[in-house]
Design a protein around this ligand. Structure first.
Ligand SMILES: Nc1nc2c(ncn2[C@@H]2O[C@H](COP(=O)(O)OP(=O)(O)OP(=O)(O)O)[C@@H](O)[C@H]2O)c(=O)[nH]1
Length: 460
């Protein structure tokens, strides 16, 4: 066995000297482990431990010295001493010899080595926590007659600090538990969480951020201004920085940051300014939801076959343009002999003819024109301009349908249409009257032989 170097207290002068040098070192700033090591070293103990009752029911044991001691042995040892029964704030038991036989099982190396010991029960002033403090020696206690009073004085001093140290260590463990919980929460939560310090360095970038944006934290921090990766536009970055608020989650606003592959996302962000001027951002990626909403909205307003606005949407658009008060033209189109196309070529070719007609018309229309399907083969077009604009458009469309007929196998179908035009002046707000006029002009075009455009000359 290794030769031990001890500083065992063996006369009164030495005891006093030990106490005098030990006491100033016992301060509440130290951890239990540090306290234990100092006391055990100073008093020459081969084993020292502190056992603190825990809320969990199993005592927390801190030990030091050459002989290993485990909480299992401590629990059994304490039970055998019956010290737990004593309600006094502290109490001491001394073993003059063979304490190892009480503390350890026969196979344990400490069984025969440990001869004497001092066990103290300590209850804090407020009774909130209790614990045990043990010092074990390889020498017999009757040769160390001064050890007990020294241990008693030390324990009395320690008692004052125990509650404080234990509470502090519990608090530290609790803090650690909370920090671990938050770390797991930040890391695994299915929401975007990131944080940038006041120097614009990324200090938190959770798994969801990495998954959605595609950047790792190291990649982000390799950029001089990480925000640029997500918002290349300077003005957007300025607005983003202005949105940092110290009111958490009060206003989640919609942003369109870029992913690593350059595709835009739709994210609801709440950017919380923390007291140290760092920013914690919590976000929800609503890109897919937004797309689905847009698709639903599109479906609700467009005609599935031709992609034009549907009947209710084009009529609503007509109303809005009338209310805006600016002059415009209404063109009502109807394909000629469409029934024959269906009958001769089948319904699918009829559908293709409708799509072909709308595609040609869209190509020729102004960017702000509105095209809607109001019936089977009947369409409404709203354009800026006068009757001349409308007539030119109709003629150009006829030329386009002639130049680019609908191809059905080897056959080329030239689509013909009739149209009625109404010029809408300021103050004409009755859309039903306007549609009646357009319909009448269209009917006149049909009656006069089809393939024509008639301008309504009625006045409201
Ligand atoms: N393929 C196809 N046909 C449609 C659709 N909607 C309506 N139709 C057909 O369009 C035809 C319209 O016939 P009519 O109102 O007689 O019109 P037309 O044959 O063009 O005659 P005129 O307008 O007088 O020149 C009907 O046969 C409808 O079944 C559609 O979505 N697809």
């Amino acid at each position: 066995m290794r030769k031990r170097c001890r500083n065992v207290v063996n006369d009164s002068r030495e005891a006093l000297h030990t106490l005098a040098t030990l006491m100033p070192q016992l301060t509440a700033h130290r951890s239990l482990q540090e306290m234990l090591e100092i006391v055990s070293r100073k008093l020459g103990a081969a084993l020292a431990w502190i056992s603190v009752d825990d809320e969990s029911g199993s005592p927390q044991v801190v030990s030091t010295g050459e002989i290993a001691c485990h909480s299992f042995e401590v629990t059994h040892f304490l039970a055998s001493t019956l010290l737990a029964r004593h309600a006094r704030a502290w109490r001491v038991i001394c073993w003059k010899e063979k304490v190892g036989e009480t503390l350890f099982i026969p196979l344990h190396p400490g069984y025969s080595q440990l001869q004497s010991g001092v066990l103290c029960k300590i209850i804090s002033h407020d009774g909130a926590c209790s614990g045990y403090f043990f010092l074990g020696f390889t020498e017999r206690l009757n040769t160390l007659s001064l050890l007990k009073p020294v241990a008693v004085i030390v324990v009395d001093k320690l008692k004052d600090y125990f509650a404080e140290i234990i509470a502090r260590e519990r608090m530290a463990r609790e803090m650690q538990r909370v920090v671990t919980q938050y770390k797991i929460l930040f890391e695994r939560a299915p929401v975007l969480m990131n944080s940038f310090d006041k120097g614009n360095r990324c200090v938190l970038w959770n798994a969801e951020c990495q998954k959605i944006f595609g950047w790792t934290m190291a990649e982000i921090n390799s950029h001089p201004d990480p925000l640029m990766l997500f918002y290349p536009d300077e003005e957007v970055r300025r607005r983003m920085r202005a949105s940092f608020s110290d009111a958490p989650l009060s206003d989640m606003s919609e942003w369109h940051p870029l992913r690593r592959d350059g595709t835009p996302l739709t994210v609801l962000w709440s950017n919380i300014l923390l007291p140290d001027r760092s920013v914690l951002s919590i976000g929800l990626d609503i890109t897919e939801r937004k797309k689905a909403e847009q698709q639903l909205a599109l479906k609700a307003t467009t005609d599935d076959l031709t992609g034009c606005l549907n009947r209710s949407t084009i009529l609503q658009e007509l109303k809005q343009r009338q209310e805006a008060g600016r002059p415009f033209c209404v063109l009502m189109f109807d394909l000629d002999y469409f029934k024959q196309i269906n009958d001769e070529w089948g319904h699918q070719v009829g559908d293709a003819a409708l799509v072909h007609f709308c595609d040609r018309l869209r190509e020729l229309s102004q960017p702000h024109a509105a095209l809607g399907r109001v019936g089977g083969e009947e369409f409404l077009l709203l354009v800026q301009g006068d009757s001349k604009t409308a007539v030119v458009l109709c003629e150009t469309l006829r030329a386009s349908l002639l130049a680019r007929p609908l191809l059905v196998g080897d056959n080329a179908l030239v689509l013909s249409f009739s149209s009625g035009v109404v010029v809408v002046g300021r103050g004409q707000r009755d859309s039903s009257a306007l549609l009646i006029r357009a319909d009448k002009a269209l009917y006149d075009a049909k009656r006069s032989g089809r393939g024509k455009t008639v301008i309504s000359d009625d006045h409201l």
